[in-house]
Design a protein around this ligand. Structure first.
Ligand code: ADP
Ligand code: MG
Length: 620
């Protein structure tokens, strides 16, 4: 009989385990930052090269390690943070599993330099793929510096799996921000390929948020504060009117640890009920302090999910305290977000002169006169009298006629189309000019007749396609014209957003934007594309930034393409917008002049047709 079972060598076991702890450079950053915080550092510096694929270095001024600890820390299950299983229920530190350093050392070239207060010299250890290459004394400041080079050098599959530098850097920045937000009193800095991305001095919570997300954030924050037996809550929610179109700035921290919780997120959204427009996400930075005994943070290997003992209570406390804050800080419901166009004065009426209402006084009226008394039925008799009948109705008569007029012409166009057929898809040019071959359905669809049936076009999608092709052309071939602003427009952004805008500057200018100045946290705009209004610029750029941040460059799209798509989406007429006949015609004609007519740049269907044959079948 052959025995086939054997224990895996340590370095193999470590490599396998590493897969769970280290998915990408950002995971290394997270572990190293947490170790530095557990070592009570006051200042932490992060240096990365090529999105952490070449180098990740974290330097702290914390407690440092002794000579033996420096060696031991790379062993699996080597930790100074817990010693018995019970300790798991009273955790005050970030780490406790004792596997981060062992895992990292198994899949990279690691150099550790560390010194404790009171020791004259420190120690420097080099490890490659779990093998200690050298350990020697070194002159180094108190604290620890860890260099992780060539991540996944011995697992090519993993290395190839990494995303572009832009995406990996995004992940690193996310982790960095989460840790920095949880620990505002600690000073943090981040450098990428030699340039400074963040320089965050030690401060309070509010200022830390502002330092990370830009000066404009300050005015948007509403403080939240609640103190109960179960939980202490502090932090901020963003004012509803600044809610973002993407879930960017949503942060929960439980006992100083960033967590994700769809359930608690729901509590926040519930508190904002009625204050947000569709598809807007509130920002929040909420810090919850609970008894460590009442949570289990061990259910997820990367520890961003958490189990609470009393989730329901937490939900209601969170919801009501945010509601209270929003109320207290005078954040009134934002009415009128999506104006119902049916309530607007009809266009025809806008142009009508104002006719002052006539006041007619019945001088003979005597309330005490018998015949006019309330005896019998008290009712606004005037409405029943033939003589006054029609006077109030006549107020609307002009409108009715006008409405009837348009409706009639729509009817006509349909009847007309059905008995006369032209060779051209959309009729001859005179007919186009007469502008009576389309009508709008539900403020959403443009309906037109075809030689062989009917055509139903989604107005927003069609316009998106048209603008997309125009924008792409102006970005890549001929620049579009721009409209000069009377007063320069100053918009505030975070430093990351500014960096993204700078990258996109040239393309944006091709579409008609004119930037006069970029500062650290704002841009000044003096010209905008002719197709948009000044009030739309901020929303459009915000949407663009979130698209640029979230678009994965691997998908093969160029920046110009992302830009054109995003701007087109933002500039296109929305469903719910009433279009007049000329506008409907213009969309129809421009759509069919596009290179692609059937799909939006987001691959959604633009129109459907219903042929006479199909109609005939329905009538069988
Ligand atoms: P854990 O954090 O779960 O204990 P790690 O593998 O991350 O496991 O670290 C192992 C041990 O190494 C820690 O418990 C700590 O004692 C020590 N250590 C790691 N990083 C540092 C640091 N930056 N400063 C001081 N000690 C550290
Ligand atoms: Mg750790």
């Amino acid at each position: 009989m052959n025995d086939v079972i054997h224990l895996l060598p340590d370095h193999v076991a470590n490599q396998i385990a590493a897969g769970e702890v280290v998915q990408r450079p950002a995971s290394v950053i997270k572990e190293l930052l947490e170790n530095a915080i557990d070592a009570r550092a006051n200042s932490i510096k992060v240096i990365i090269k090529e999105a952490g694929k070449i180098l990740i270095q974290v330097i702290d001024d914390g407690a440092g390690m002794s000579l033996t600890d420096a060696r031991l820390c790379f062993e699996r299950h080597a930790t100074s943070k817990i010693s018995a299983a019970e300790d798991l229920f009273s955790l005050k530190t970030k780490g406790f599993r004792g596997e981060a350093l062992a895992s990292i050392a198994a899949i990279a070239h690691v150099e550790l330099k560390t010194r404790q207060e009171g020791d004259e010299v420190g120690t420097c250890i080099k490890i490659e793929g779990s093998e200690v290459v050298s350990q020697e004394p070194v002159v180094t400041p108190v604290g620890t510096s860890i260099c992780v080079k060539n991540l996944f050098y011995n697992i090519p599959a993993r290395r190839n799996f990494l995303k572009s530098d832009a995406v990996e850097t995004r992940h690193i920045i996310d982790e960095f921000q989460r840790v920095a937000l949880a620990h505002p009193t600690i000073q943090f800095s981040l450098f990428h390929n030699g340039s400074e991305i963040f320089q965050l001095p030690g401060t309070n919570y509010r200022q830390r948020i502002v330092n990370i997300f830009g000066g404009k954030t300050n005015e948007k924050l509403v403080p939240v504060e609640e103190d109960t037996e179960i939980v202490k809550i502090h932090g901020f929610v963003g004012k509803p009117e600044f809610a973002k179109r993407s879930r960017g700035e949503q942060f929960f921290f439980v006992n100083d640890r960033f967590i994700k919780s769809p359930y608690l997120n729901h509590a926040v959204v519930a508190a904002f009920e009625g204050l947000l427009k569709d598809k807007a996400y509130p920002s929040y930075f909420l810090y919850l302090d609970v008894d460590p005994k009442s949570i289990d943070i061990n259910i997820h290997p990367t520890k961003t999910e958490i189990k609470f003992d009393d989730e329901h209570a937490l939900y209601s406390i969170l919801r009501s305290s945010i509601k209270h804050s929003l109320g207290q800080f005078n954040v009134a419901p934002v009415l009128d977000f999506e104006r119902d166009a049916t309530l607007d004065t009809p266009y025809e009426f806008n142009q009508k002169g104002v006719t002052p209402p006539k006041v007619e006084v019945d001088r003979n009226f005597n309330p005490f006169q018998e015949s006019n008394s309330v005896s019998g039925s008290y009712r606004p008799s005037g409405f029943r009298k033939e003589s006054s009948g029609g006077s109030w109705e006549s107020l609307y008569s002009g409108l009715q006629q006008k409405e009837f007029g348009t409706r009639n012409s729509e009817m006509n166009s349909m009847e007309f189309e059905s008995d006369e057929v032209t060779g051209n898809l959309f009729g001859s040019s005179e007919e186009k000019e007469s502008g009576n071959r389309t009508f709008q359905l539900n403020k959403k669809y443009i309906v037109s007749t075809l030689k062989s049936g009917i055509l139903v076009i989604d107005q927003h999608r069609a316009h998106t396609r048209i603008l997309y092709e125009e924008l792409l052309k102006s970005i890549t071939v001929t620049a579009a014209v721009s409209q000069q602003l009377l007063f320069p427009l100053m918009l505030q952004f975070s430093s990351q957003e500014i960096a993204l805008l700078k990258e996109a500057k040239e393309s944006l200018e091709q579409t008609g934007f004119v930037f006069s100045e970029f500062s650290k946290d704002s841009v000044e705009i003096i010209g905008i594309p002719t197709l948009i209004s000044e009030s739309e610029v901020a929303i459009l750029l915000e949407q663009l930034l979130s698209d640029l941040e979230n678009e994965v460059p691997e998908s093969g799209f160029s920046q110009a393409d992302i830009l054109a798509k995003s701007l087109a989406k933002g500039m296109a007429v929305k469903s719910g917008t009433v279009l007049n006949n000329t506008e409907q015609q213009n969309i129809l004609n421009s759509l069919f002049a596009c290179k692609e007519t059937n799909l939006t740049p987001y691959n959604r269907q633009i129109f459907i047709t219903l042929t006479v044959d199909e109609l005939d079948k329905k009538f069988m």
